[in-house]
Design a protein around this ligand. Structure first.
Ligand code: SAM
Ligand code: SF4
Length: 339
């Protein structure tokens, strides 16, 4: 790439550094999770509107010059996109990037676990909302729990740290919270419970009133069944509040994704599959990098546009939501936002 001069670590107007990129490699998925997408009628973007791997690599390289050290691949389901592994190999070789990880639903992941280990992937976030096959089917609308569990055990066998992501859904999987947290008793895994957000692509109407399981209630529920959740060290910029439980090898985490308690230390950018930049999960996209790439912008111009967008990001998710041109959050799906 051409060389250019800009500060090596960007900070926004609120003093938060840019360190971490969440990169959605596709908007496609092989599950239809109730909280993420409708069952039918999903309008995927035409393939030519998605960034190519070449375009993504160019953008990630520019971002490493602006301070990004960590990239998490997400989507949609990353393994649904063809040739993901060769792309990961090229990403892993980028100078300046020292943490490559991914979030996956685990359906297609198990055969790739040895490659992930070889590429130095230290931790994988595995989405799993229940250990019950029938409820898995009802939530994801696909009968794939056995494949996901295969991935879970393959990751453990390969020595890759597993963080389970479970969305807490009123009336859907409350009976699963304790069994999921129980996995931490004998296994060195982290099980993270996420407040449900309204980004469900029109799957259902989710208002604050229909999202009654906030982080406080989730903690109370777990403590009532498992004993005290003792606050543990949580890295700066992390979204999960982490806890230990006496006698458990692993940890439990709670992510206040809708209450937005973690904005003060947020260090991340999101690049959507069609090349949009989000500087907050709750904004509607603040920069069109695909237009810049395909319009012939130089690396320097892209870096400057990114710096401006990051500098002017909203103070928190509530401000970002207020500034959205379209206020209904369930018009969007987490599969296009990139988790
Ligand atoms: N398909 C991959 C997966 O499910 O792991 C990666 C993309 S998915 C959009 C990323 C994460 O977002 C998953 O852990 C999923 O549970 C979470 N997610 C999706 N929709 C959500 C919602 N409405 N509220 C909270 N979390 C959500
Ligand atoms: Fe697919 Fe992940 Fe969304 Fe479920 S949460 S539908 S697995 S993108």
């Amino acid at each position: 790439m051409s060389s250019f001069t800009l500060p090596t670590t960007l900070h926004d107007a609120h003093g938060r550094p840019l360190e971490y990129l969440r990169l959605a490699v596709t908007d496609r998925c092989n599950l239809r999770c109730f909280y993420c997408m409708p069952e039918e009628g999903i309008k995927y973007m035409p393939k030519h509107e998605l960034l190519s791997y070449e375009e993504m690599l160019r953008l990630v390289e520019i971002m490493t010059h602006l301070g990004v050290r960590k990239v998490r691949l997400t989507g949609g389901e990353p393994f649904v996109r063809r040739d993901l592994v060769p792309f990961m190999e090229r990403l892993a070789a980028l100078p300046g990037l020292d943490d490559l990880s991914l979030t996956t639903n685990g359906v297609l992941t198990a055969p790739h676990v040895p490659t992930l280990a070889r590429l130095g992937v230290k931790a994988v976030n595995l989405s799993l909302d229940t250990l019950d096959r029938q409820r898995f089917f009802e939530i994801t609308r696909r009968d794939e729990l056995p494949q996901v569990m295969r991935t879970f055990y393959a990751l453990l066998d390969a020595g890759i740290q597993v963080k389970i992501n479970a969305v807490v859904m009123d009336g859907r999987n409350i009976q699963d919270l304790v069994p999921l947290a129980e996995l931490t008793r004998d296994l060195p895994v982290e099980v993270r419970f996420i407040e449900e957000m309204p980004f469900n692509g029109g799957s259902h109407v989710a208002t604050p009133e229909s999202l009654p399981w906030n982080h406080r209630r989730i903690r109370q529920h777990l403590e009532a069944h498992l004993g005290a959740l003792v606050p543990a060290y949580t890295a700066t910029g992390a979204t999960a509040d982490e806890y230990t439980i006496a006698g458990h090898q692993g940890r439990v985490g709670i992510i206040a994704a809708y209450s937005r308690t973690f904005c003060g230390t947020c260090n991340r950018l999101r690049l959507t599959a069609e090349g949009g930049i989000k500087t907050c999960l709750y904004d509607q996209g603040v920069l069109d990098l695909r237009a810049m790439l395909r319009g012939g912008a130089t690396d320097q111009e892209i870096a400057q546009a990114l710096s401006q967008a990051f500098y002017h990001r909203a103070a928190n998710g509530f401000e970002a939501e207020r500034l959205r041109p379209v206020h209904q959050l369930n018009f969007e799906s987490m599969a296009t936002i990139g988790g």
